[in-house]
Write a protein that binds this ligand. Structure first.
Ligand SMILES: NC(=O)c1ccc[n+]([C@@H]2O[C@H](COP(=O)([O-])OP(=O)(O)OC[C@H]3O[C@@H](n4cnc5c(N)ncnc54)[C@H](O)[C@@H]3O)[C@@H](O)[C@H]2O)c1
Ligand SMILES: O=C(O)C(=O)C[C@@H](O)[C@H](O)[C@H](O)COP(=O)(O)O
Ligand SMILES: [Zn+2]
Length: 360
């Protein structure tokens, strides 16, 4: 079992490392490099103390280290909040050799990434995720962005970080329900590509989801490995990368329907149950594999069902999904565990029929 520091490379269009370990924040200056002069740390109030500590440690080396405290969770992913960060960067005369650090959950790393991508058309970005979801998914792979009134992540840029530091000790303050919400994306990596993740969850879900155990570090590293391999092959989502959207077509529609008050992983859990049912009805996924989804997601105490009457609104929201082509919905489904593919052109009646299987 893993316990030391592990480095997972991301290659392809852009090359950087995802460093996973405990107590590794001392490596921030090393990953920022020598040319950086000023640093902006974007963070939420929930990690305010950590942001202050990081600022104090970096102040010895850099000319200016500023904090941008942004609203919590999805409220951070708004254009007004990006504008607030741009204002700080502008007033402090940040140049192309300066850097932005995203310190927080996936919402913050998405926002900070977007700010770094757009300021002067791109400044250095280091991601320091402080949630499980941020570590295994949001901070890796360079999808950055914000939401609009019409939908989730509709404005953004592909913009890779220079490094990602996943310090498991930072999860000490993260509530258990947030850890479990992040495990929706961990399980996703298991379903689409990495059966060992599923085996570890099935063997002992309590140990696998406890940040103090070696099993936890192992599943986190396996999930990061899946993401790193996929984005290394297809950074701009020309094909393969779409598999990372497993469960997201319906999941994003649920987040929109819930006005972004639900955690992403919670919505994605229902989305994966739906994708599994669709895979069974319109594809070739076995009953056992669908049951495996149900068992694993419920062992993580994640929801599996959504109200029946919401279908018309969800369908309308799904029409705006980024995977849709010429109005035709596309879903990621599985032919088997670790055998994902795109399913397109399915009759609306089949989509609704699959929804009935997860409706309560
Ligand atoms: N860019 C990508 O590839 C990608 C991938 C997956 C998800 N996402 C995005 O990530 C977001 C979800 O991320 P999330 O689940 O991390 O949610 P989040 O960022 O909203 O964080 C969840 C909660 O945990 C709090 N928190 C964060 N770190 C903490 C800590 N160490 N201790 C105590 N509290 C802490 C946050 O303040 C927030 O209240 C969504 O916007 C989703 O769209 C992006
Ligand atoms: O990295 C990807 O690619 C993903 O699809 C990962 C998803 O878990 C993530 O939620 C992503 O932000 C979704 O992107 P979107 O382009 O469908 O909004
Ligand atoms: Zn996701």
């Amino acid at each position: 079992m893993t316990s030391a520091v592990t480095t997972i490379p991301v290659t392809g269009d852009t090359e950087y490392e995802v460093i996973v370990g405990r107590g590794i924040l001392g490596r921030v200056p090393e990953v920022l490099g020598d040319r950086v002069n000023k640093v902006l740390i974007v963070h939420t109030p929930t990690v305010g103390r950590l942001a202050e500590e990081l600022r104090a440690s970096l102040q010895q080396k850099y000319a200016q280290v500023l904090l941008a405290e942004v609203p919590d969770a999805e409220a951070a992913k708004r254009v007004e909040v990006a504008a607030f960060c741009w204002q700080i960067l502008g007033q402090a005369d940040f140049t192309r050799t300066d850097a932005v650090i995203g310190l927080g959950g996936g919402a913050v790393t998405d926002l900070a990434g977007f700010v770094a991508a757009t300021w002067l058309r791109g400044v250095k970005l280091v991601q320091i995720p402080t949630t499980v979801l941020g570590m295994v998914d949001a901070s890796v792979g360079g999808k950055t962005g914000i939401n609009t009134a019409e939908g989730k992540n509709l404005v953004g840029a592909f913009y890779a970080p220079s490094a990602v530091l996943c310090d498991i000790e930072l999860l000490a303050t993260l509530p258990k329900n947030e850890i479990l919400a992040g495990f929706a994306e961990v399980a996703k990596c298991g379903f689409i590509a990495e059966p060992e993740i599923l085996q570890l969850l099935e063997a002992n879900v309590d140990r696998a989801t406890d940040p103090g155990t070696p099993e936890f570090q192992r599943v986190v590293e396996l999930a990061i490995g899946v993401k790193a391999r996929v984005v290394s092959e297809d950074f701009r989502e020309g094909g393969l990368r779409e598999i990372l959207n497993y469960g997201h077509t319906l999941g994003h529609a649920i987040e929109h329907a819930e006005r972004y008050q639900w955690r992403h992983g919670v919505a994605i859990s229902i989305g994966m149950m739906y994708a599994a049912e669709l895979g069974r009805m319109a594809g070739s996924l076995s009953d056992e594999a669908v049951e495996r989804h149900r068992n694993i997601l419920s062992s993580l105490t994640l929801p599996l069902v959504y109200p029946a009457g919401r279908w018309p609104g969800l369908l309308a929201a799904m029409q705006r999904d980024k995977k849709a082509r010429a109005g035709m919905l596309r879903f990621i489904v599985l032919d088997d565990i670790a055998k994902p593919r795109v399913l397109a052109g399915v009759d609306e009646s089949v989509l609704q029929f699959a929804y009935q299987e997860i409706a309560n």
